[in-house]
Design a protein around this ligand. Structure first.
Ligand code: URA
Length: 246
């Protein structure tokens, strides 16, 4: 049994003080009866709770797929810079955090959740979750790059990178990229299974290419698809099911 105000706040209806106000305004019903007080105890598995007539679906954890734009940092808060969490102002009182990080100038798929254990698991080096990036480079890609990336490259760490799959794309990938530079000379898709600091940029630097634009297209079973830059959506049941398998 949990307190009604805690249940509503955990379900993302509002902060604890906001939901107390909603109860006061008689906007909450429990099994068809107007809720009387925030400390009322309810059984989350049985009670039918409505907020202004809408059924409140309680999720223990929330998972959002976010299309990170460039220009914001992957952090929960920052005193100077705009953060990815600033886009989640409406998802109050949920304790959300980004899973892993994208550089300030990188765009693309970022998973945001308050499921700490899953976050940890997805980031664990032993799980090798594949992440696919689209990159625009300043130089043509050397001919042997596919093999070199497959074999693992020295990026200045103790160990070379794990095998990665590089696809040299013949022409610009057909999606709305924020890149407007004239000097892009090559386009590539790269799938890595680690998450080292600046890994993609350092891998391309190791073969003499500078990354001018970088976008993450997928992570494990999750794909960015046509989600617009700066927008987010909840994961589908199928995506959640696939994520549970990692
Ligand atoms: N690799 C990078 O170099 N930057 C990112 O943001 C993600 C992967």
């Amino acid at each position: 049994m949990v307190r009604l105000d805690k249940y509503l706040a955990d379900a993302g209806i509002g902060t604890r003080s906001e939901v107390k106000n909603y109860i006061k305004h008689k906007w909450i019903t429990v099994d068809g009866m107007v809720a009387q007080k925030p400390e009322q105890k309810i059984d989350p598995g049985k009670a039918h709770i409505c907020f202004q007539g809408e059924h409140v679906v309680y999720e223990e954890f929330s998972y959002f797929l976010f299309h990170k734009p460039s220009g914001c940092v992957t952090a929960r808060s920052d005193s100077r810079e705009k953060t990815v969490m600033d886009f989640f102002a409406e998802e109050k009182a949920k304790g959300l955090s980004p899973v892993g990080r994208l550089d300030k100038d990188t765009e693309g798929l970022l998973l945001i959740t308050n499921d700490g254990a899953r976050n940890h698991r997805l980031m664990s080096p032993s799980h090798h979750v594949p992440k696919t990036y689209y990159a625009i480079l300043d130089q043509p890609i050397p001919e042997d790059a596919v093999e070199r990336f497959h074999a693992g490259v020295d990026i200045g760490d103790e160990k070379p990178t794990l095998p990665a799959r590089l696809e040299n794309l013949p022409e610009e990938f057909p999606f709305d990229s924020a890149f407007s530079g004239e000097n892009g000379r090559a386009h590539a898709r790269l799938t890595i299974t680690e998450g080292r600091y600046h890994q993609v940029k350092r891998m391309f630097a190791a073969i003499g290419c500078e990354v001018l634009y970088l976008k993450r297209l997928s992570m494990g079973p999750l794909e960015l698809g046509d989600l617009r830059r700066g927008e987010y959506r909840r994961l589908t049941d199928e995506e959640l099911r696939l994520l549970q398998q990692i």
